[in-house]
Design a protein around this ligand. Structure first.
Ligand code: GDP
Ligand code: MG
Length: 163
C-alpha cells in the first residue's frame, strides 16, 4: 500500500493549490472563497517516480461544529487520523490565526507525525514568516509557494524521508 499523506489547514491557505502542485493535476478545486473544497479529494504524487504516495486534500477544519462547516471539519479530522503523515498548511502572509491555533490543538491530540508547511512564501520575508510560527514548536518546518512551485520538490523529499 502507498503511504497516505493528508493536507490539513484552515480554508484559503492554499491546500488545493499545493495538492495540484504535488499531483500535477487540476482535479482539486481552487477558489478564492474559503471553504470551497468540501469533500476529501485523493490524488497520487509521483514527483519522485520511484516513490509515489497518496495525497488527500481536505476542506479545512472550521471553527464551528454545526452544519456544513462541521461536516467538513470531521472529514479533515478523519483524513488526518488515517494518514501516515500530516502536512499542516498555514498562510505565511497572514501569519498564525486563532483557527490555526485551534487546528494545532487538535493535531496535537491526534498525534500523527506532522510537518508544518508555510505556504504563500513568495514575495515575503520568509525568515520573518517562519519566526511568526515558531511558537507552534515544530522542528519540521518548510516554506513553500504552491502557486509558484517553489519548495515543492524539497517538500516531496521531506515527505519521503518520513513515510
Ligand atoms: P484552500 O482553501 O486551502 O484549498 O486554498 P486554495 O488552494 O483554494 O487557495 C486559496 C487562494 O490562495 C487562491 O486564491 C490561491 O490562488 C491562493 N494561493 C495558493 N497558494 C498560493 C501561494 O503559494 N502564493 C500565493 N501568493 N497565493 C496562493
Ligand atoms: Mg481547497
Amino acid at each position: 500500500m502507498l503511504p497516505l499523506v493528508a493536507l490539513v489547514g484552515r480554508p484559503n491557505v492554499g491546500k488545493s493549490t499545493l495538492f495540484n502542485a504535488l499531483t500535477r493535476t487540476r482535479d482539486a478545486l481552487v477558489h478564492d472563497e474559503p471553504g470551497v473544497t468540501r469533500d476529501r479529494n485523493y490524488g497520487i504524487c509521483r514527483l519522485d517516480e520511484a516513490r509515489p504516495f497518496v495525497l488527500v486534500d481536505t476542506g479545512g477544519i472550521a471553527a464551528d461544529e454545526a452544519g456544513l462547516a462541521g461536516a467538513t471539519a470531521r472529514q479533515s479530522r478523519a483524513a488526518a487520523e488515517e494518514a501516515d503523515l500530516v502536512l499542516f498548511v498555514v498562510d505565511g502572509r497572514e501569519g498564525p490565526s486563532a483557527l490555526d491555533d485551534e487546528i494545532l490543538r487538535w493535531l496535537r491530540k491526534a498525534s500523527r507525525p506532522t510537518l508544518l508547511v508555510v505556504n504563500k512564501s513568495d514575495g515575503i520575508d520568509v525568515r520573518a514568516a517562519l519566526a511568526e510560527f515558531s511558537r507552534y514548536g515544530f522542528s519540521d518546518v518548510l516554506a513553500v509557494s504552491s502557486a509558484h512551485r517553489q519548495g515543492v520538490d524539497e517538500l516531496v523529499d521531506e515527505v519521503l524521508a518520513r513515510v
